[in-house]
Design a protein around this ligand. Structure first.
Ligand SMILES: [Zn+2]
Length: 81
């Protein structure tokens, strides 16, 4: 079996996706032409993610933290190409 190296970015993205799935959060490629994504949490709160700018409107993202939403979207864009 060939071994594949998993980069830290991919690992963090996968962890973020697993966390979001466990929380019941959904991700939506909201406006593909603008490159924006939306997450909706189980409690109905929504945040907008701009992976190109590296921003997210969630509380962590507003403080310029690289939040799990951003990591998850970066991975999805890499996978979906
Ligand atoms: Zn966020």
């Amino acid at each position: 079996m060939p071994k594949a190296k998993i980069s830290p970015d991919i690992r963090k993205g996968a962890e973020a996706l697993a966390t979001l799935a466990a929380e019941g959060t959904t991700l939506c490629n909201l406006w593909p032409t603008l490159g924006l994504w939306e997450v909706e949490k189980a409690d109905g709160r929504r945040y907008i993610i701009d992976p190109g700018e590296g921003t997210c409107t969630c509380p962590a993202g507003k403080h310029n933290h690289t939040c799990k939403h951003l990591r998850a979207v970066w991975l999805l864009e890499k996978v979906l190409g």
